[in-house]
Design a protein around this ligand. Structure first.
Ligand SMILES: [Zn+2]
Ligand SMILES: [Zn+2]
Length: 338
């Protein structure tokens, strides 16, 4: 059996760089992939810290990755060795009402690549062919590895339903908030205001999106929105103070999309939501946004170039987890090259 280098989560706080058996030949409807670039997600860190989504151990994490097709099963059509693909992170049950409606991210038993099955923090990965999308020509693996979080950010923006000229506040310029700012700029939305305490990250996202950096205060939000008032906000941190700040800053009839996970059991300002007729929308993974994101990647790459880190080795990832959990990375997304 061939061996490969991989990271495996063995339990809460226990991520190890190891040599393990490589996945074998693909089944009839599967593909064998050589991972070229993978991104570290906030949810990888959350699972490492809390174990919230551990469903099997040890598990190879990683649901944001670009890979080269190495071999395809006998029933696979449209994929051939040598092609670059990105993984779909969402593993639906295929049987519940949401899956039947095509809303995989709302599956009653939704799982993710890297949790319910081995993911991309390894040299090789085997997936059902239905869980990969071909990458357009001319897009580097490092940029293609951003497709999954970009799809999440685009899903959040679509749920926001902002019109032309509507001011948008985005709390948190990490991967989801930062990419939402870039996509909003690409789509001609805004003016955009971001709230981000990591100065290096904020600078990179401002340069890529034209967003204004706002202080985390009601006065700064009000001054930014001006006479149009704030009716659209994305909250991408989950931090209770920021959730309260953006909800507090919304004008009557305003809408907030919540895409960050904070502490469970956090209070929400129900009176404000009722009395100001606020529209509070959750946002989980993505819907049908991946084809659009992939089609736009050749154009988006110039804006995204400075947001992604230079590739790091698999062996450096446990140290990078610490660095990221302390909020010290100036990049919006850390990229791994296995
Ligand atoms: Zn992710
Ligand atoms: Zn389902």
């Amino acid at each position: 059996m061939a061996r490969m280098k991989a990271l495996r989560l063995h339990g809460i706080g226990d991520l190890r760089f190891e040599e393990v058996d490589a996945p074998g030949a693909p089944g009839a409807s599967e593909v064998l992939l050589a991972v070229r670039a993978a991104g570290i997600c906030g949810s990888d860190l959350h699972n490492f810290r809390t174990g919230q989504w551990i469903s099997r151990l040890p598990a190879i994490p990683g649901h944001e990755f670009c890979a080269e097709v190495v071999a395809v099963g006998s029933a696979v059509r449209g994929l051939v060795p040598g092609m670059l693909v990105v993984a779909d992170s969402r593993v639906g049950c295929g049987e519940c009402g949401a899956c039947i409606r095509g809303e995989v991210n709302r599956c009653a038993r939704l799982g993710f690549v890297g949790e319910v099955r081995d993911g991309g923090f390894a040299q090789f990965c085997r997936l059902p062919a239905s869980l990969v999308f071909p990458v357009p020509a001319g897009v580097s693996p490092r940029m293609a590895a951003l497709a999954e979080p970009l799809a999440v950010s685009l899903h959040a923006l679509r749920r926001l339903e902002a019109g032309p000229g509507d001011p948008i506040v985005i709390a948190g310029a990490g991967p989801i908030g930062g990419f939402a700012a870039v996509l909003a700029a690409h789509l001609g939305l805004g003016p955009l205001g971001i709230i981000e305490r990591n100065a290096e990250r904020a600078r990179r996202v401002q340069a890529a999106s034209g967003a204004q950096l706002l202080a985390a205060t009601p006065e700064a939000i009000a001054a930014f929105a001006g006479e149009r008032l704030l009716r659209h906000a994305v909250e991408a941190t989950g931090q209770p103070q920021l959730v309260d700040l953006v909800i507090g800053g919304l004008a009557p009839g305003g809408r907030v999309v919540l895409v960050g996970l904070g502490p469970a059991g956090q209070a929400v300002p129900l009176h404000a939501i009722v009395e100001r007729e606020l529209d509070v929308r959750g946002c989980s993974a993505f819907g049908n946004e991946m084809p659009d994101v992939l089609a736009w990647l050749p154009l988006l790459a110039a804006r995204l170039e400075d947001l992604a880190s230079p590739p790091i080795a698999l062996a450096a990832v446990p140290g990078e987890y610490d660095h990221l959990m302390q909020g010290r990375s100036g990049f919006v997304k850390t990229i791994i090259a296995p």
